[in-house]
Design a binder for this molecule. Structure first.
Ligand code: SF4
Ligand code: SF4
Length: 448
């Protein structure tokens, strides 16, 4: 059994042996679990997906005269002000008064970019806080504190969504076409942190993580946490089960890994990039980290029926081939998560550990850690800031015009007949019909 302190000493000396989750799966397939346990200290895992249960705490500089800030609007989005005089919490899914496609997630992204937002505040006024109204523009530089506090992130497994009904459904799992017209899922599969350590043997309260391009910590178990799910023959919970509450300094984050999105007729959400290092302390931990998409399964739910009944179980290897079979009908399946971004986070985290700028959680870190500590984000490795290449759109194109090749999205314009089926599905509003029509290159990947 290895010890965290022992691995941290290796990190300090630049001798820690770190592999990404994908590399570890490959190594165990070639050399076996015992070899991998003996030769690898840490496996990096990651996910990049819509995580609605996210938000940020802000502490404003007091104006003169001071104010007990009660009703607070940021870019027209209501932030909860019942936290003393100058703190608020803005939830990612809170929607603006004037624009249903704009919400708390967009405010958070703008503040991370240090862009200007409007601040409107009202108060009843008190003897100690006499100011009653405030209206100004602020940037990140104008707030004392700005940290993400996400009550429920990193869901451990999530069900595939499909729809047997006769009408199109707009859901948090995207657009679900009638009569099993498509299926959507959300995971980074064999890279996903809570699938790689399903019993949370190493992922604990206080664990240091990559959060949104900076560092964060696991504050506690997330809301809706459940450890009672049925597991498959490899010990993987096949239903949505454990979750994490995460916290981290948003002033150190990057909008490449925290991205606001809008799902048509559902609402605003926030894509959050999370990376978690798993120390390979035992062969049992190595075994779980070795599981591949073929061995990780989830259930399929029918959103077209009341109570969303389970109608099947499927492995992620099949799902990532973008097809599933239900009652002998082949259904296009597409992911809402950015697998390519998750892979990038695994690599950045592995690099940061190897170069000694990210160590495993222990009680050595103090409150200044993040200000004199790591710089996780290597902006130059992020080529594509608009399309995250999640692949959600490809599940709607039956003409072969939108396809995913090696986790990159390709658009073959000769095959596109402008049916517009894909035009309202992209969470970032990128798609595509008008854009294709104008022959502009919109995707990070190639237009062929
Ligand atoms: S264009 Fe397609 S692949 Fe890119 S972010 Fe939008 S849905 Fe995902
Ligand atoms: S508009 Fe073109 S790319 Fe989109 S679904 Fe139709 S054929 Fe495919």
């Amino acid at each position: 059994m290895k010890k965290i302190g022992e691995i941290n000493r290796k990190i300090k000396k630049g001798k820690a042996r770190v592999l990404t989750a994908n590399q570890f799966v490959k190594l165990t397939e070639e050399k076996g679990i015992t070899y991998a346990y003996k030769n690898v200290d840490i496996v990096t895992t990651a996910t990049f997906a819509p995580m609605c249960s996210s938000g940020a705490v802000l502490n404003f500089r007091q104006p003169e005269p001071p104010m007990r800030m009660e009703k607070i609007y940021l870019d027209g989005v209501n932030a909860y002000g019942g936290l003393a005089a100058a703190d608020c919490y803005i939830g990612a899914t809170e929607v603006s008064n004037s624009q249903k496609t704009y919400g708390g997630a967009h405010v958070i992204e703008k503040l991370i970019k240090n862009e200007k937002i409007s601040l409107e505040v009202k108060s009843k006024g008190t003897d100690c806080y006499p100011l009653k109204e405030l209206s100004r523009h602020i940037t990140q530089d104008d707030v004392n504190d700005f940290f993400l506090f996400n009550p429920r992130n990193c869901y451990q497994n999530y069900a595939v969504a499909t729809n047997s009904s006769e009408k199109t459904l707009y859901t948090y799992m995207g657009k679900l076409l009638p009569l099993y017209g498509n299926a959507t899922f959300s995971t980074s599969g064999q890279m996903s942190p809570l699938l790689k350590d399903p019993e949370l043997l190493t992922i604990k309260p206080g664990t240091k993580v990559f959060l949104g391009g900076g560092t964060g910590f696991i504050a506690y178990r997330g809301t809706q946490f459940s450890s009672k799910s049925q597991v498959n023959s490899y010990g993987i919970p096949i239903f949505p089960s454990r979750t994490l509450a995460l916290i981290g300094n948003a002033k150190k984050m990057s909008s490449s890994f925290i991205k606001a999105a809008y799902l048509k007729n559902y609402g605003v959400t926030l894509f959050v990039g999370v990376g978690i290092p798993i120390p390979v302390l035992s062969e049992e931990i190595a075994f779980h980290a070795s599981l591949s998409n073929r061995q990780i399964t989830t259930v399929i739910k029918d959103y077209g029926k009341e109570g969303k009944p389970v109608i099947g179980e499927i492995d992620y290897e099949t799902l990532f081939k973008n097809k599933l079979t239900l009652s002998s009908k082949k259904i296009p399946a597409s992911s809402m998560s950015g697998v390519k971004m998750a892979s990038l986070i695994c690599e950045i985290l592995a690099y940061s550990i190897r170069n000694g700028s990210f160590s495993l959680s222990c009680y050595e870190d103090d409150f200044e850690y993040e200000t004199n500590g790591i710089k996780l984000v290597n902006e130059s490795c992020i080529q594509n800031l608009s399309c995250v290449e999640c692949g959600l759109c490809i599940g709607y194109c039956n003409k072969g015009a939108l396809v995913q090749v090696d986790n990159s999205i390709r658009f073959y314009k000769d095959k596109c007949d402008s049916c517009m089926l894909c035009d309202d599905v992209c969470p970032f509003g990128l798609l595509p019909y008008e854009v294709f029509d104008k022959k502009r290159v919109y995707y990070g990947s190639k237009i062929l």
